[in-house]
Design a binder for this molecule. Structure first.
Ligand code: SAH
Length: 234
């Protein structure tokens, strides 16, 4: 997988992309992540990348020219499956979308800033718009990090135990069951005995029950028609 990120603030990515799973995935060659500073494509002598909105109003707007020059140059060498704009009014990211996208190979992700980007970029150059939730961030950078992380951990071989991504919350429309580790007894707070029973079949059943219970309690909208004792709601 290749992920090219267009941003005005490439340094913001240093920490998250150089730690833990994202770092290892890059080292193993399972993903290549490149950061491009849109400012480098500004033809303005002051390297300007934003301007006042036509029609007036508060805030600055990212200009079309540097963004498009950058996209065009990158597009001439890489065949992108998706050119994604991170946007609060895009499709809300969920595990299903992450799963679907993780089957693709080449991504270009554009991070907006200020009031957003000139609408013509969205109209003519973007293939998909993704939001990470119904709230407004100062820029698309953190949203792009979230999307990148969600995609990269699904690439086969990135997680040590490949099945572990499949047992995470939201796969199967269920949230995860609780997990425990040593010690068995911490100040009298004990681990459920079933997990120490050694009976794999019973443990699997208990975990599934816990998943169902938790989903019903916390996120009932995820699987309203699954296996409830009284049957699906009418
Ligand atoms: N004026 C815009 C918000 C601009 S916020 C509006 O009201 O819709 C600046 C940038 O942050 C956006 O261009 C976008 O790239 C990013 N951004 C903000 N909130 C986001 C969210 N929830 N998901 C994804 N990107 C977001």
């Amino acid at each position: 997988m290749r992920i090219d990120i267009l941003t005005l603030f490439p340094e913001m990515f240093d920490g998250p992309f150089r730690q833990s799973i994202l770092k290892r995935a890059q080292e193993k060659g399972l993903v290549e992540i490149n950061l491009y500073n849109i400012r480098d494509w500004s033809t303005n002598k002051h390297k300007r990348v934003d301007d006042y909105p036509f029609g007036g109003g508060a805030g600055m707007v990212m200009m079309i020219e540097p963004v498009v020059l950058c996209i065009e140059e990158l597009r001439s060498v890489t065949d992108y499956d998706e050119i994604i704009y991170m946007s609060p009014d895009g499709t809300r990211l969920n595990q299903g979308i992450a799963n679907h996208l993780s089957l693709k190979t080449n991504f270009l992700i554009l991070c907006g800033h200020y009031k957003g980007i000139d609408e013509r970029i969205r109209q003519y150059f973007i293939t998909r718009e993704i939001s990470i939730g119904d709230y407004v961030l100062s820029g698309g950078e953190m949203a792009a990090m979230v999307l990148t992380d969600a995609l990269v951990r699904l690439i086969p071989g990135v997680l040590n135990d490949e099945t572990s991504a499949l047992t995470d919350s939201f796969q199967d429309d269920l949230v995860s069951p609780p997990v425990y580790t040593r010690p068995y007894d911490f100040r009298g707070y004990k681990v459920p005995d079933i997990l120490l029973s050694g009976n794999d079949k019973e443990i699997t059943r208990w975990r599934h029950e816990q998943s169902l219970l938790r989903t019903r309690e916390r996120r009932p909208e995820l699987n309203s028609d699954q296996e409830s004792p009284s049957g699906p709601e009418q």
